[in-house]
Design a protein around this ligand. Sequence first.
Ligand code: XMP
Length: 527
Amino acid sequence: TILTLDFGSQYTHLISRRLRELNVFSEMLPCTQKISELDFTPKGIILSGGPYSVYEEGSPHVDPAVFDLNVPILAICYGMQEIAYRADSSNVIAGTHREYGHSILKAQKIDGHVDRLFQDLEGSMRVWMSHGDKLAKLPEGFHTVATSDNSEYAAIAHKTEPIYGLQFHPEVTHTQNGTQLLKNFAIDICACKQDWTMDAFLEQEIAQIRELVGETGQVLGAVSGGVDSTVAAKLMTEAIGDRFWAVLVNNGLMRLNECDQVQKDLKEHLGINLTVVDASQQFLDGLKGVSDPEKKRKFIGGKFIDVFEAEAKRIEDKAAASGKAGNINFFLQGTLYPDVIESLSFKGPSATIKTHHNVGGLPERMTNGQGMQLIEPLRSLYKDEVRALGRTLGIQEELVMRHPFPGPGIAVRILGEVSQEKVDIARKADHIFISEIRKAGLYNNISQAYAAVDPSRAVGVMGDRRVYGYIIVLRAVTTTDYMTAEAFEFPWDFLQRVMNRIVNEVHGVCRVTYDITSKPPGTIELE
Ligand code: XMP
């Protein structure tokens, strides 16, 4: 295990991710972690970057016991300044300007060789810098092992001990061959085994869940049929079987036949203890006369909580009647790494949990209102890792690769007021669009796609008659993080085929448009 001590840099989580890509297990803890309280002995330590200045009052510092462990240390950016500052406070100064962006790095040869850390990295490499402070001079006992255009001390190493400092960030993808550098550190210098696999992770997660929940504890969780909640639910089922209760609220705003399909997938194929609550009429009734997008979202979020809570009470009674001892005392949340706003800051992990907008305040109500403990088994994973875990759990490929779908569902894909008629039209058009995308083999090239309804009436001619119909807006985007996105470039004949099918098969529609807006300025959803 590599222990990463986090000083709060926005990049820290990428260190764990890069190490996992190398099949090396890593644990990330706040930088103030007391070494005597660790329940494992790390084979190496990484000190992350951070937004502070080491010489300022109140800035974080590591437990000095880190240096008594006698294991290799790789100190990145703030981490390197921490080491230099500890040696002598005059070693670190404010730079005259912030250095942010690419720099060209060159490993130095000492006695004809580059340092072990730069093995296979001879020559120049592009690295990513992001710092304000810098070293004024080398700490005693260190020498320079790489320089850059702007930095004499781009990489330093202790002359006799395996302690390294880097001014740049090897963990970001902008740093060319950064993974090779981390590999040199973790595998060659720390002698870590490359035995971290999804199977090993799964085994470890199951053991942790069992330990946390105990012999009798029960867990409740909301599922939507999406990747994250399905993987989390399947994982709980593997760990504690029917002591996990999944609830699917049918809000009447899911896609065509989706509720039945999810029920089949989760209950029949995956053996998840699932309860489906049909509340579609309540949602549709409540949405009458509501056309403001935020009001729609707010109503749907609030209603969802009410329905879910009522069902939770029913399940609690059922659980008690089933003779299983104990209350439902945990609430499952499929939070992923990007949902955790900041990396674990030195103020401690408790301040870092973001309420997931997916279930609009539900975790808070369940954990505070109902006194349940939150359980988040996917917290350290990225989306592609969740997908890999899903495969390891035997979840079918089609489900594992599903596009995301917003909590308020089709309601944010109908401009203005929602009605059953518009929901039906959106469903049919969406079904045609997505089926054609699948048929053309494009589904996995697109991050998210849907058909929305613009209820403005456009004029059309059908069978020699003048007609008025709704406008369908098709949207398909590619993105890696859903923060920015580009419209997908379809072949022209594909769009024509979809247009033809929609105007012919969906009654009440007379125009089809394709939204080519990027995000920003657009958003992925229409509302
Ligand atoms: P936007 O439209 O903000 O969407 O570009 C970014 C991603 O978030 C999803 N989204 C939502 N998901 N509840 C959700 O659970 C919501 O209210 C919501 N709004 C947008 C959207 O589908 C896209 O994947």
